[in-house]
Design a protein around this ligand. Structure first.
Ligand SMILES: Cc1cc2nc3c(=O)[nH]c(=O)nc-3n(C[C@H](O)[C@H](O)[C@H](O)COP(=O)(O)OP(=O)(O)OC[C@H]3O[C@@H](n4cnc5c(N)ncnc54)[C@H](O)[C@@H]3O)c2cc1C
Length: 314
């Protein structure tokens, strides 16, 4: 197996152009499992860990640009240091967690400290699993994915990124470079159901974002359709109900019927299967519950005036 280690994005893109079949490896938490179980035997591995352009995050043009190589630990603000008595989480300075609360909540549910230390947002997108935990929050936030090849860069709206089970619209010669997200103007939530509390692939997951800045709702469903999907009818319904009731301004209690209907419409947007982790019927039930819960939590935060950034999205 050939192992390529570019030290710049230009070098990485040139290598991908020369060998489009090369398999990129970032944290390796998906790739190494596939290699270990002999599900994949790539002739070329393209290590992205020395490419500085994929690391870190910045504010650009009023948006957060999160490098593809940003890890879950960076998203949550945790850093994990191996100590003599085990693994200690230490608060990370300048973390993204407070700026992207929905994504940080999702990141906190991923794997274990070891996986969160290595696993990246770009790798989650690269695997394009319907169960990837970043995806519901990225859908709810209306993120865009910056991808590049030697031919140039393009932006892919997140809802056009997923093309099928573990398939994305990334071309063979392209790499994921960054994720662009407008700073949220309202509360965000993420909830996931698994068969236990940690180290678990979601049986169903749901991301919600209230966008008071543009009086809109964002949603994302995970593990309940061939790809992560939005619940577009639920978004339209809730935004309409909030407008009609003057609720964005009054911040009054949500009518229970609105919460129930929102849950029903989220459920209707899913298209799950029976598998070893759960039945389709259970997933549908769970999604309606997750949707109602996350809406209740997010609205309570909105009523308290929480996390409404002055510089919200347009
Ligand atoms: C024990 C364990 C627990 C886990 N728990 C969870 C969980 O709770 N939730 C969850 O969502 N996932 C979980 N995962 C899966 C995995 O950790 C995540 O999908 C993670 O985000 C993968 O990131 P990575 O950097 O390790 O990707 P890698 O394994 O390096 O790569 C993953 C895929 O993305 C491609 N890729 C990576 N970077 C790029 C790039 N810049 N451009 C183009 N393609 C790229 C690779 O070629 C590969 O196809 C778990 C995995 C393990 C082993």
């Amino acid at each position: 197996m050939e192992f390529l280690q570019p030290v710049s994005l230009a070098e990485a893109l040139a290598a991908k152009a020369a060998s489009p079949e090369a398999v990129p490896i970032a944290g390796g938490t998906d790739v190494m499992v596939e290699l270990n179980f002999a599900r994949r035997r790539p002739e070329v591995l393209l290590d992205l860990n020395r490419v500085p352009e994929l690391t870190g995050w910045t504010m650009q043009d009023g948006k957060l640009r999160v490098g593809a190589g940003v890890t879950y630990a960076e998203l949550t603000g945790e850093r994990f240091a191996a100590g003599a008595v085990g693994v200690a989480a230490v608060a990370g300075a300048g973390s993204l967690g407070g700026r992207l609360p929905g994504l940080a909540m999702a990141a906190r549910t991923v794997g274990s400290p070891q996986i969160r230390n290595r696993g990246t947002i770009g790798g989650n997108l690269g695997s394009a699993s319907p169960a990837g935990d970043c995806h519901p929050s990225l859908l709810a936030a209306g993120a865009e994915i910056e991808v590049a090849s030697t031919a140039g860069r393009r932006m892919i709206p997140i809802e056009e990124f997923f093309r099928g089970v573990k398939r994305s619209s990334l071309a063979a010669e392209e790499l994921i470079v960054a994720v662009w997200i407008s700073p949220p103007s309202g509360p965000e939530q993420f909830a996931k159901i698994g068969t236990r509390n940690a180290m678990v692939i979601a049986v169903a997951a749901f991301g919600l974002a209230l966008h008071p800045g543009r009086r809109a709702i964002g949603t994302g469903i995970g593990s309940a359709a061939p790809t992560p999907v939005r619940a577009a009818d639920a978004e339209t319904f809730l935004a309409g109900a909030l407008d009609e009731g003057g609720l964005w301004e009054s911040r009054a209690a949500l009518p229970p019927a609105v919460v129930t209907e929102f849950g029903a419409l989220v459920r209707a947007a899913a298209n799950p299967i029976d598998d070893v982790r759960g039945t389709a019927a259970y997933r549908l039930h769970a999604l309606a519950v997750l949707a109602r819960r996350t809406l209740t939590w997010a609205w309570a935060e909105y009523q308290r005036g929480g996390s409404v950034a002055a510089a919200g999205e347009g």
